[in-house]
Write a protein that binds this ligand. Structure first.
Ligand code: NDP
Length: 282
């Protein structure tokens, strides 16, 4: 039987309705959640992501400010913009669109964001708090993955979750979130030996690699739940890290690309920005 499709579009639309209610509530208390975005350079994908974030803010009634800076902007100039947002009471969440140009030290810029405004959850304070289970901003894509699993009714406790990819943005944080839900977690990466033999043991398989359709049908245990984080452009098509056609014949449930994890990421960003605003009136 073909797998159930876990639709990120549907889940994101439902969450956005809930978020609209929260924004209304905050506005009634005189607080308009504000997101400050810093975009450096001309990368078309980054510009497109930032436009989507602005659109989502507009639709949900958030205040958003985007600082577009030239590709040769200095590190000091970028840090000054971060500092400006840190001091601005109308800005509750700050996002620096990554990647930054090579001459800018990404880690230093992320460290400059006030942890209470770090809605991407990349500041070491938030990363540390995620690891020790304290309140923090959870990175948006991993948070979206967990929302999708919840929506699919997956009871993670005791399941074997295999995450392929160990980036700071996706692989590591999603692994911590799965662990916090009492899954038994295996993290795989480019040096993992005989990867298919590991993925075949997964009850829940999360692919976050950046290699088009790498996960084949025979890499997946029948009945597994498969979350495909990958976004890869192949010619004029967008494909995930999972061979959707083959794997959907084996898995119980699977996310499509596009329309799976993608729509969740911006939704979780908006959720974090609203939470940052809520914290100011707690
Ligand atoms: P990174 O390139 O930072 O990390 C990729 C990870 O995959 C690394 O840990 C790497 O291992 C591992 N890897 C690479 N090749 C192999 C291989 N052959 N076998 C096993 N593991 C391998 O990517 P990101 O985590 O940032 O992104 C992953 C994917 O998710 C990309 O397609 C990206 O576009 C997408 N993405 C989608 C988002 C969304 O909103 N839908 C948001 C963010 C990312 P090692 O550490 O050993 O190098």
């Amino acid at each position: 039987m073909p797998a159930t499709i876990i639709s990120g579009k549907e889940v994101a639309a439902r969450i956005r309705k809930e978020l609209a209610g929260k924004v209304e509530h905050l506005r009634a208390r005189g607080v308009v959640p504000g997101l400050g975005v810093i975009l450096v350079g001309d990368d078309p994908a980054s510009h497109s992501y930032v436009r989507s974030k602005e659109k989502a803010c507009r639709e949900l009634g958030l205040h958003s400010v985007v600082r577009r800076m030239p590709a040769d902007a200095s590190q000091a100039a970028v840090l000054a913009e971060v500092e400006g947002f840190n001091r601005d009471d109308a800005i509750h969440g700050i996002l620096v669109q990554l990647p930054l140009p090579d001459h800018i030290d990404e880690r230093e810029v992320i460290r400059a964001i006030h942890p209470h405004k770090d809605v991407d959850g990349f500041h070491p304070v938030n990363v540390g708090n995620l690891h020790i289970g304290e309140r923090c901003f959870v990175p948006c894509t991993p948070a979206g993955v967990i929302e999708l699993l919840d929506h699919a009714g997956v009871e993670l406790k005791g399941l074997h979750a295999v995450v392929v990819g160990r980036s700071n943005i996706v692989g590591k944080p999603v692994s911590m979130l799965l662990l916090a839900r009492h899954a038994t977690v295996t993290i795989c990466h480019s040096r993992t030996r005989d990867l298919p033999s590991v993925t075949r043991t997964a009850d829940v398989l999360v692919a976050a690699v950046g290699k088009p359709e790498m996960v084949r049908g025979d890499w997946v245990k029948p009945g597994a739940v498969v979350i495909d984080v990958g976004v890869n452009r192949v010619g004029d098509r967008l494909v995930g890290d999972v061979d959707f056609a083959a794997v959907s014949e084996v898995a119980a449930a699977i996310t499509p690309v596009p329309g799976g994890v993608g729509p969740m990421t911006i939704t979780m960003l908006i959720k974090n920005a609203i939470e940052a605003a809520e914290r100011t009136v707690e």
